[in-house]
Design a protein around this ligand. Structure first.
Ligand SMILES: [Ca+2]
Ligand SMILES: [Ca+2]
Length: 499
């Protein structure tokens, strides 16, 4: 994103009168202020921040929507001098122009010399309230210097108005509150992905740089809810806590320490943790979800989300010189081993003239060398229509498992498209045998069966009703209406899609 500054920019140094004093406060807007701050219409569409006269000589600061473009519009406020070792607090009040259009913004600071080096203070927030709403952040800076508080509006196209009502920036509370914790880490082991270890070091200094005499408490939050409190922790020590979560998600943890003067600023981090619920279903039209990619041959060409053909899928694209060794790992799923399971997946190749190879593997850790069991294999497959493959498998040990799609096509092939996957209890009606020495494909208005020997083919709909039959020998096509069918050919049963 290129930033184009259309408003005024500032030259400011230690002695400049342009620097605003702390506390820095704006409670109403006028033309003078607008001339002193920088409005950046980064998407250059002419719809941006500006003053709206609400009463004679009374103005609001308003982002005005664009019907076709999402907002990408900044206000860089007056320059202020900020120092390391001090906790600052910013409070901003916003409201939306309509309670049926949700507006979107974030808040940060940027050093005076480089408005592109932004530090986010308040990640993206949504507001659809016509009531003025307070947003509060505490922060520190790593480098002493001149900074601009900024607001970045990112509302989608064709929304309404976003108003910045007022703002306040000052040294936070008493300067003798504690500093934030240091060296915060979140870790989760692949074998126990539902357990998150939170570790950090308690501060030794106050926000004003003076030694910290004592701490009253340390509180750990998960997604803004307190989950663990340590009373009177020592200063300058490492603390560690294990939290257990359920469903896989992106979790935010925050740690806040307090002394008798009040709480220091929150230190927070995010982690993906938890397991997927069984049965597990994912369609890549909904994005990559909690799948992970490993470009094991490190050639820079690997699985990626693509909107090729009808909606989203994962796509492996071949390198001209390297054989594929590219892995797509599922999120962790708990399998208790009390039943037989199946994986069902839908895939095809990019061009029928380029055979591709892919297998599905199972293991305890989402690393290629840990995936030992082959559940399903498609060697040199060439079908270009989405085809559903069902493969049964057993686990002998209850536990948390990962499944991987490994592309191993030869160099200079073309592409593999993977649409969806599902891990469920084995359903004998969906597959009798995976031993395919004859290929079954769904085509454009036909079913194709390729068998060395003559074989009886029966066609069933998804209700189990027989809707047709034919005899296949070599490569045989049978015309049929578009739909999803279960094909029984010799010893093979397979679900297919006819377009
Ligand atoms: Ca704009
Ligand atoms: Ca690769």
């Amino acid at each position: 994103m290129g930033i184009v500054v259309q408003g005024a920019t500032h030259e400011c140094n230690t002695h400049s009168l342009d620097c605003a004093d702390l506390p820095y406060t704006i409670t109403s807007w006028d033309e003078q202020q607008l001339s002193e701050i920088a409005v950046v219409d980064a998407n250059n569409d002419g719809s941006t921040w500006g003053l709206l006269e609400t009463l004679p000589d009374k103005y609001s600061m308003q982002y005005r929507y664009n019907r076709y473009n999402a907002a990408d519009d900044y206000i860089f406020l007056h320059p202020v001098r900020l120092t390391t070792g001090i906790d600052y607090e910013a409070q901003l009040y916003f409201h939306a122009g309509s309670d049926s259009y949700r507006e979107e913004f974030s808040v940060g600071i940027a050093p005076n010399t480089d408005l592109t080096k932004t530090q986010t203070l308040l990640p993206t927030r949504h507001i659809d309230s016509k009531e003025s709403t307070r947003y509060n952040v505490r922060f520190t800076v790593d480098t002493e210097g001149i900074y601009h508080l900024y607001v970045h509006c990112t509302s989608p196209a064709n929304r309404h108005m976003l108003y910045l009502d007022s703002l306040f920036l000052d040294v936070c509370g008493e300067a003798s509150i504690p500093n934030g914790v240091e060296n915060m880490t979140l870790t989760s082991d692949h074998r126990t992905p539902h357990v998150v270890n939170i570790a950090c070091k308690t501060p030794s200094y106050c926000a004003n740089g003076a030694p910290l005499a004592q701490l009253d408490e340390l509180v750990i939050y998960r997604n803004d809810k307190p989950i663990h409190t340590i009373a009177h922790p020592d200063t300058g020590i490492v603390i560690s806590y294990n939290d257990t979560v359920d469903i896989i998600d992106n979790y935010t943890y925050a740690v806040i320490v307090a002394n008798d003067k009040g709480p220091g600023h929150a230190v927070q981090k995010e982690i993906v943790a938890g397991t997927a619920h069984f049965p597990f279903t994912h369609n890549f039209m909904d994005g990559i979800g909690f799948f992970t990619i490993n470009d094991r041959n490190a050639d820079g060409v690997t699985w990626h989300l693509s909107d090729e053909r009808f909606g989203g899928c994962m796509r492996y694209i071949s390198s001209a010189v390297e054989d594929a060794d590219d892995w797509l790992f599922s999120p962790p799923v708990y399998l208790d081993g009390s039943t037989r399971y199946q994986v069902e997946y839908s895939c095809c190749v990019g061009l029928s003239s380029y055979p591709e190879s892919m297998c599905v593997m199972l293991g305890f850790v989402p690393q290629p060398q840990e995936m030992s069991v082959v559940v399903s294999r498609l060697n040199d497959f060439t079908f270009i229509n989405d085809t559903v493959i069902v493969a049964p498998f057993d686990v002998h040990v209850p536990g948390i498992y990962y499944m991987a799609f490994r592309a191993y096509s030869k160099a200079d092939s073309y592409a593999i498209l993977l649409r969806s996957m599902e891990i469920d209890e084995y359903d004998p009606n969906s597959v009798l045998s995976l031993h395919i020495d004859n290929f079954i494909r769904g085509g454009n208005g036909y079913i194709e069966v390729d068998s060395h020997a003559a074989v009886d083919v029966s066609i069933y709909n998804l209700l189990g009703e027989k809707v047709g039959s034919f005899i296949a020998h070599r490569d045989t096509r049978h015309n049929i209406d578009p739909g999803i069918y279960i094909i029984h050919a010799g010893t093979v049963v397979q679900k297919i899609v006819v377009l």
